[in-house]
Design a protein around this ligand. Sequence first.
Ligand code: UD1
Ligand code: CA
Length: 457
Amino acid sequence: MSTHLTVVVLAAGQGTRMKSDLPKVLHTIGARPMLAHVIDSAQFLNPDAIHVVYGHGGERVKERLQDLPVSWVLQSQQLGTGHAVNQAMKEIADSQIVLVLYGDVPLISPATLSRLVDAAKDSSLGLLTAELGDPTGYGRIVRDAAGNITSIVEQKDASPDQLAIAEINTGMLAVNAGQLRDWLSGIDNGNSQGEYYLTDIIALAVESGVRINAISTLDLPEIEGVNNRVQLAELERVFQQRQAKRLMLEGVTLRDPARFDLRGSLKVGRDVEIDIGVIIEGEVKIGDRCYIGPNCILKDVVLGSDVRVEANSILDSSTLGNHCLIGPFARLRPECQLADDVKVGNFVEVKKSTVDKGSKINHLTYVGDTRMGANVNVGAGTITCNYDGANKHRTVIGDDVFIGSNSQLVAPVTIGDGATIGAGSTITRDTPAGELTLSRGEQKTLKGWKRPVKIKR
Ligand code: UD1
Ligand code: CA
């Protein structure tokens, strides 16, 4: 018989210790909500359904994660983990295996979950446990003389002997739904916290002759929960180190894996080198032999091969061809398309523009809403004046144009192919192809003119 799996993710807790207006499970690891990480891992198991138990005021959780293939179950009062799981049971057929996960334990791996589900086969209860040097706060796994698990006792209800037990309950378990339903109806809240403990089903399972099949993991971060922002930061680092390691094994040189942040997905070609302090966001593709210099931010960009992005450059929602040279201190704002061999130098901002092959915008320039041809040379200090205070206008620059330094191109305006613009010009009308156009006061010299001198008192 094939197992039909239903996942229940508990996410109704308040998260008071986060001291936040944001529901705890929406706090992010690698820019993705913790709850989304858990759902991602669960999806690897191809469950029939994923139910997320959310709390009162958790509408924001639903809203933020509405694209995920889960069904939402409201637990309007947080009466304990057993009560929380019970809210989802109405939706679940007896023949299913139920896997219980937690929205604030974000790094749980599909491999471990798959072992846990296997541990529930043959009518056993699969329980994920871990040995901790400091088990304080966790439920303890109580075993009999023969080593069989007999119950779980919570920290607050434990005897001194039980508090010395290092084996803890991670909270994650897998078991047949029909049995789970029976046991949940048999638990009460007669304990020190006045809660319906999910952990109380262990003793009931043992009573009804069900074997408790404990599996454990040595990888502790995957069972760690987040209760405050210190723990959030710790798991963020673990997550980033893992991504960095994976990328290095895929052939990327990271100058310092501890100073690399990936907040999204990164696809790389061969022999890519990434210097320190780089942040990659959204979906980024980097071609063969690219170099990304220190302190760059790349968000939703595609780079061809042999591109160099020098230090302190910010690239957003743009596409670059091969052999481009960007920065240092360059900014590509959304919707730029640079062809092969384009150079964008220091203190240059380009926005919503296409730049054809071999054009150079090397220093101190703003290019916006522009269609630029091939082999154009844009002099230092050039500005496309694209905004009249109300509307944006386009600048069109032909092939082989040379724009002298400190020029303003007042859009809408077209510079013909092969045109030259004299340095210091303010261009307000279209300029003809192949000709020199300039607008500039004539230079004169006042012979014998003397500078004023300070009057002595
Ligand atoms: C629980 C376990 C404990 C285990 C620990 C691991 C119980 C009784 N105890 O303790 O054995 O070692 O987790 O971290 O299960 N939640 C709801 N609704 C509720 C109560 C809780 O959704 O009514 C969610 C919380 O959001 C949280 C999770 O369940 O994500 C755990 O709840 P919490 O109250 O923190 O349980 P612990 O005391 O940590
Ligand atoms: Ca907890």
